[in-house]
Design a protein around this ligand. Structure first.
Ligand code: AMP
Length: 217
């Protein structure tokens, strides 16, 4: 399965990607996770990326593309990949087109995950992450029963710098100005699948995606 997940920060791309790779053979590639890992390990890439991430800005295309170069050729992508948070600009999308052409593979779908601005602000500003095991909680939707301690491993829960409300607002502005144009880019001549990540009784996002791809009735 080869899929691009589009959608604003907090639309639920990471959660859906995790669900897909639990069920289907595909690598979950989150450029945000790769940058955060590099920030944590204080690599040169992490130090460069951090300058932009802390304020909610995008890391420059040249840095993102250098990092993605060769990534889709790695073994774990042989049966598929779920791109979460990449591409995020039109130049990244055209570069991805070339990468796919070189690899001789085609996308199965470009999925647009949609949620209201109010929901995404609560999802992001309420998100808390375990420092030790990475488990994710939410103050509004899924609080830890142990307050600011992880239920699973006892680690400390923290808020990502870029999940502070003022940074969330600027990430959403960046999304609207730089990433939303990809909706038109991928609508032209390709199948763009729109899925709501807000439950309204219509099934989970994964079920909706499976139906759209003809994987289930
Ligand atoms: P995410 O976890 O996907 O919201 O990404 C966190 C941050 O990493 C973003 O706010 C950007 O600063 C940076 N980032 C992740 N992916 C990209 C990308 N494809 N292009 C530019 N910046 C990115």
């Amino acid at each position: 399965m080869r899929i691009i997940l589009l959608g604003s920060p907090g639309a639920g791309k990471g959660t859906l990607a995790d669900e897909i790779v639990r069920k289907y053979p595909a690598a979950h590639i989150s450029t945000g996770d790769i940058f955060r890992e590099n920030v944590k390990n204080a690599t040169p890439l992490g130090q460069e990326a951090r300058k932009y991430m802390d304020s909610g800005a995008l890391v420059p295309d040249s840095v993102v593309l250098a990092m993605m170069q060769g990534r889709l050729e790695q073994d774990d992508c042989r049966e598929g990949f779920i791109l979460d948070g990449f591409p995020r600009t039109v130049p990244q999308a055209t570069a991805l087109d070339s990468m796919l052409e070189e690899l001789g593979v085609k996308l199965d779908a470009v999925v647009l995950l949609e949620a209201s601005e109010e929901t995404v602000v609560r999802r992001l500003s309420g998100r808390r992450v375990c420092r030790k095991c990475g488990a994710i909680y939410n103050l509004y939707f899924r609080p830890s029963s142990r307050g600011d301690i992880c239920e699973k491993c006892g680690g400390e829960l923290y808020q990502r710098d870029d999940d502070r409300e003022e940074v969330v607002r600027s990430r959403l502005e960046v999304y609207n100005s730089q990433t939303a144009p990809l909706i038109d880019y991928y609508s032209a001549g390709r199948a763009l699948v729109r899925i709501s990540s807000e439950r309204d009784g219509g099934g989970s996002p994964l079920e909706e995606l499976e139906r759209a791809l003809g994987l289930v009735e």
